[in-house]
Write a protein that binds this ligand. Structure first.
Ligand code: PLP
Length: 314
């Protein structure tokens, strides 16, 4: 009370503080609209319960859909995977396709996203903390927001990225896109501490995938190798699209595990994800891959993937 009297909201001191805070993060904090539990609200008003199971147990799944020219890339692919992830965790989809598409489009429009992404997360909802699930009629929490990002003009695509290899310490159901991302976050930090950009994860001597992307190498005979789908990796929506591009280009693909040594001796290496598309990898654990420059296969696949995605985005 004392400070409120000494410093009432309309006093010049308070006004300055408010003005500085608002202008410092005007674009993201004041103007961005968030979808929270069926309402569109300003970011500052977007709130969920501390009892939300997404917060307490990582009992939640998510999807990230990229936006190019104001349109959604492979919306139906992401929706299909969202349903699979929810189903594996015994959760339903709280909105139908048309409603979810509308939420994505509204956010893109309200937040004036020409290029960037829509993040959507669905949790089992808020309930008294208990490992056992709450009753099935507990309302699920649904949250979605946008981020602006230059996806096509990405300097990393021109230069290529450096990666390190790390033990894959994740759980046994990496095919479910849950929000348990601590391992990925620690991996990215370890890569950063080694002067690299990202990490590939290795289990039982074989590369599984990147911290937030799928992993590929190109062998000296031109064959592209990427790990086969299983519980060990996420079935990337971009992976699926890029493999189709490779097929159209008559490139040979083998879906099987590969070792770090095989990757280091490859002509090229690259990774794929919804927001990075195809990114060439030019260094693994401090050793150059091929010439140490982005290679023609990754370049071609990136180019074709972008043009196909622009054509089919909705
Ligand atoms: N693998 C992991 C572990 C990921 O987190 C991601 C994306 O977040 C991917 C692969 C690539 O999936 P997508 O192409 O659907 O973005």
């Amino acid at each position: 009370m004392k400070s409120a009297v000494a410093n009432p909201p309309n006093s010049p001191t308070m006004q300055t503080a408010i003005t500085v805070t608002r202008s410092a993060c005007r674009e993201d904090f004041v103007l961005r609209t968030i979808f929270v539990n069926h309402q569109y609200v300003a970011e500052a008003d977007a709130k969920i319960s501390v009892f939300d199971r997404g917060f307490l147990f990582a009992d939640a799944v998510y999807e990230i859909t990229s936006v190019m020219e104001g349109k959604l890339v492979d919306f139906d692919g992401h929706l299909a995977r969202l349903k699979l992830s929810l189903g594996e965790l015994d959760m339903g989809l709280p909105l139908n396709r048309e409603q979810l598409l509308d939420v994505h489009r509204q956010l893109v429009e309200r937040n004036r996203i020409k290029e960037g992404l829509v993040y959507m997360q669905i949790t089992r909802g808020a309930a008294e903390r208990d490992f056992a699930f709450p009753p099935p009629d507990t309302p699920q929490t649904i949250v979605a927001f946008t981020q602006k990002k230059d996806l096509i003009d990405n300097p990393a695509a021109e230069k290529g990225i450096k990666i390190v290899t790390l033990a894959d310490l994740r759980w046994g159901r990496c095919d479910i896109k849950t929000v348990q991302l601590l391992c990925a976050s620690l991996g990215k930090m370890e890569a950063k501490n080694h002067g690299a950009d990202d990490a590939w994860l290795v289990a039982e001597g074989y590369v599984t995938e990147g911290t937030s992307n799928n992993a590929y190498i190109v062998k000296s005979d031109g064959v592209i190798v990427t790990r086969n789908l299983s519980h060990r990796i996420l079935s990337g929506i971009t992976r699926n699209a890029v493999l189709k591009c490779a097929e159209h280009l008559k490139m040979k693909v083998e879906q099987r595990p590969f070792t770090v040594d095989e990757a280091k001796g490859a002509l090229e290496a690259f990774c794929t994800s919804a927001t990075t598309f195809v990114l060439p990898i030019v260094e693994i654990d401090g050793e150059k891959v091929g010439s140490g420059m982005p290679g023609p296969v990754a370049r071609k696949l990136r180019e074709i993937y972008i043009s196909e995605s622009l054509g089919s985005a909705i």
